[in-house]
Design a protein around this ligand. Structure first.
Ligand SMILES: NC(=O)c1ccc[n+]([C@@H]2O[C@H](COP(=O)([O-])OP(=O)(O)OC[C@H]3O[C@@H](n4cnc5c(N)ncnc54)[C@H](OP(=O)(O)O)[C@@H]3O)[C@@H](O)[C@H]2O)c1
Length: 337
């Protein structure tokens, strides 16, 4: 089978298209013919060796994939040959609250990833995908969609009439927009690009703010809502967190998801959390039950993920380069396998 590996170390130059034996499913395992994989910022920091999670070389990257079950091992009861599935990032995170041990069983680091024609997974680490989605669309669900879903709909308790503030137009935020609208909430979304804000508006955003032109977007959000938003999905991290808290209504929630603007908050008044009686909740993607709940909702609403560009596996380096540039895409980047 064709696969992409990091042969001997980290970095773009180590990405190598190679031929490997097709793996065989063991007891309770399924063999999946992967058809598409999507890229996440996580894959980039792993590729660059920035995330110290014990990668062993040679290593197959990418965490999010969708494909078809082509063989099942002894004892498999959940799936049959021919079913269309996606892999859950945290293979052993079935339900309940997250635990330290589930993080180490993540696909695409430290576990081998999905940038390969075939992968063997335990049946418990796999979910059926909505029938109306293409392989490319389904491949975008495991991290970006599940993160937005878990933070807004499962732990966030989003309700119709709430206001959600989303930052930028990457994968998590665009799914956040789609799920918020699905739930009857209204959305304020920021971007560095007016063209992207137009696209977000066309998707149904209530208000848009260009955070490059209007650095004090939190104050605009307070004005627009007359008192603050109910929920922020914070993907910026270092430079956005203080403003995310400021944009909240009293009693609102910030879901702390990303670190696109850096890891260390330079200056931060902790009393802002008390003054807003804010809930700050860290995200670690989501469990399989939440993935299944999300897929039901996606099917019911016939929601289609937003994909910016699709690359063949042989051009995975270009897909990573686009991701590394940042801000040159809207929604998700996908690789066909
Ligand atoms: N903890 C978790 O569970 C979890 C799960 C998924 C992702 N994440 C993290 O969340 C972050 C976002 O993930 P993603 O997949 O949505 O990334 P992405 O698709 O790469 O998002 C890129 C977009 O984010 C926007 N952006 C960049 N810097 C920004 C800033 N300082 N303020 C506001 N927006 C900014 C830009 O939008 P514009 O071009 O429109 O300006 C950019 O195009 C990453 O750090 C990722 O690692 C965490």
């Amino acid at each position: 089978m064709k696969a992409v590996q990091l042969k001997n170390g980290f970095g773009f130059e180590e990405l190598t298209l190679t031929e490997l034996d097709i793996p065989m499913p063991g007891r309770l395992e399924v063999l999946i013919r992967i058809r598409a994989a999507s890229l996440n910022y996580r894959d980039l920091v792993i590729l660059n060796g920035v995330m110290p999670i014990g990668i062993q070389f040679p290593f197959i990257p990418l965490s999010d994939g969708a494909g078809e079950i082509v063989a099942v091992g002894e004892g498999v009861t959940k799936f049959q040959v021919g079913q269309r599935v996606a892999a859950n990032l945290q293979q052993k995170f079935i339900g309940g609250s997250t635990r330290a041990e589930v993080l180490k069983d993540s696909l695409g680091g430290p576990l081998s990833g999905v940038a390969a024609e075939y992968i063997v997974l335990h049946e418990e680490g796999v979910v059926a995908i909505p029938d109306h989605l293409t392989w490319e669309e389904a491949s975008t669900l495991p991290i970006a969609a599940l993160t937005a879903w878990s933070m807004l709909m499962e732990s966030g308790g989003l309700r119709a009439g709430d206001t959600v503030l989303l930052q930028g137009t990457g994968g998590v935020s665009i799914f956040g927009l789609q799920f918020s609208l699905m739930a009857g909430a209204r959305v304020i979304i920021t971007s560095s690009s007016n063209d992207k804000l137009e696209r977000a508006k066309a998707l149904g955003a209530w208000q848009t703010i260009n955070y490059s032109e209007v650095p004090e977007w939190d104050k605009v959000a307070l004005e627009l809502t007359g008192g603050g938003v109910d929920h922020v999905l914070d993907v910026g991290g270092a430079t956005t967190m203080a403003q995310s808290i400021n944009a909240l209504r009293t009693g609102g929630t910030v879901s702390m998801i990303g670190f696109l603007s850096g890891l260390t908050i330079p200056e931060f008044d902790v009393t802002s959390i008390l003054q807003k009686a804010a809930t700050i909740r860290g995200s670690q993607v989501g469990n399989r039950e939440h993935f299944e709940n999300m897929n039901r909702a996606i099917s019911h609403h016939q929601l289609h993920p937003v994909i910016d560009r699709v690359f063949p596996l042989s051009r995975i380096g270009e897909a990573f380069a686009l991701l590394a540039e940042g801000k040159q895409y809207f929604g998700k980047i996908v690789v066909q396998i």
